[in-house]
Design a protein around this ligand. Structure first.
Ligand code: NI
Length: 398
């Protein structure tokens, strides 16, 4: 690697990250105090661009409403990408931290402030080491991970063009600081949402025979939907169908003319995802029409499952063991939560990992999206080191 051994590189990276750490904490706390919701990250984008400029890192043109990207140009070689998400959540932070959110009802309760800081830190360190870098590293600051359109807007803007592989991380309050979770294959579920509108015929509750009761039809639909996972999906696969809303009627003695059901479908792969969709349509349509109602189904395919590439996972796992040691590189269980990083996985080989950020002594125990959620800032160092090491290793392969 242009004259730097792996051991020397580790040492150099460690030193640079230690030096940079106080600045990174300031950056993280600034972001934490000034959260912005998905697709509204205007000030966040400005702040990131300002930091890039301050560290003399080249910002590259990105045709996106919010979010930004940078590129570190090393020697002749391929380009790999690092991704961080930058948006916050509509949650009122319940903490007494001196740097708690200044925006009422908006906060970084998923730790994307930390992800942004890590990617900035990695950009700074890679910029300093660019003479030894056997290729280029693109750093992508993605908007709107929590809602919709973030990853797809980045892809549409061409920011993955020429990229050989992409990696990303998420903090995990489930595993301690000083550990990482790295797994090939299925890691996080696909997420699809649906709205079922059942049209019946309203009337007096005392004369149901003159009505077509959408509530009774709706309850049949809810029950039938439970059979999809239990009866049609192979037991070795993972899938969940949940109804989160059932809206119908307003009072005791009136049968309404309409019921609306809303829910979500999570699966572990594309095959199951497609199969559930087909079965879902059939069951809902037949149940509703069989009971005399009419139905409209709005089924939204949102994000694919996060399924990590074998080869990339092997490389970034080596980076993790170099940073936290073999014994602290854990094999996580898949979760049925979703992450739009999966959109990138449809375009280039990639891997998404968990960065341990739990610290019971510091009271950092609450889950993602909890109003008391926190991240152990020590994890920032590990995240930066992992990203830098991974970038080098990914550029060096083949
Ligand atoms: Ni998140």
């Amino acid at each position: 690697m242009n004259g730097v051994s792996n051991q020397e590189l580790s040492k150099l990276v460690d030193e640079k990250v230690e030096q940079l750490f106080p600045k990174l904490v300031d950056i993280r706390r600034h972001l934490h105090m000034n959260p912005e919701l998905s697709n509204m990250e205007f000030e966040t984008t400005k702040f990131i661009n300002h930091q890039l400029k301050e560290f003399r890192i080249t910002q590259i043109p990105a045709d996106v409403k919010t979010g930004t990207a940078a590129e570190i140009t090393g020697g002749v070689g391929p380009t790999v990408a690092l991704r961080a998400d930058i948006d916050a959540l509509p949650i009122l932070e319940k903490s007494n931290l001196p740097f708690r959110s200044k925006v009422d009802g908006v906060s970084h309760m998923c730790g994307h402030d930390v992800h942004t800081t890590i990617a900035l830190g990695a950009a700074v360190v890679l910029q300093e080491l660019r003479e030894s870098l056997p290729g280029n590293v693109r750093v992508i600051f993605q908007p709107a991970e929590e809602t919709e359109g973030g990853a797809t807007s980045i892809i549409a803007a061409g920011l993955l063009n020429g990229v050989k592989s992409i990696i990303g991380l998420h903090n995990s309050p489930d595993i301690p600081t000083g550990t990482m979770g790295v797994k090939a294959g299925f890691l996080m579920a696909s997420v699809d949402d649906f709205t079922i509108t059942i049209k019946g015929k309203g009337g007096h509750a005392a004369q149901p025979e003159r009505t077509i009761d959408p509530i009774v039809i709706g309850t049949a639909v809810v029950t039938q939907l439970q059979t999809i996972v239990s009866r049609t999906v192979p037991a070795k696969e993972s899938a969940v169908i949940s109804i989160g809303a059932f809206q119908a009627g307003a009072t005791n003695n009136v049968i309404p003319d309409k019921a609306i059901l809303k829910g979500t479908v999570r699966t572990s792969n594309e095959e199951v995802r497609q199969q559930i969709y087909e079965t879902f349509k059939k069951i809902v349509t037949n149940t509703v029409t069989g009971l005399g109602g009419e139905v409209e189904i709005d089924y939204q395919f949102l994000i694919p499952a996060v399924v990590n590439d074998e080869k990339i996972t092997k490389i970034v796992r080596s980076a993790a063991t170099a940073v936290v040691g073999e014994e602290n590189t854990l094999l996580p269980e898949p979760t049925m939560g979703g992450e739009d990083f999966s959109h990138y996985q449809k375009v280039v080989p990639s891997c998404f990992v968990w960065l341990g950020s739990r610290n019971e002594e510091k009271g950092i125990i609450h889950g993602l999206h909890h109003p008391k959620f926190m991240v152990d800032e020590e994890a920032i160092k590990i995240g930066v080191k992992w990203m830098v090491q991974s970038a080098f290793m990914l550029l060096q392969e083949d």
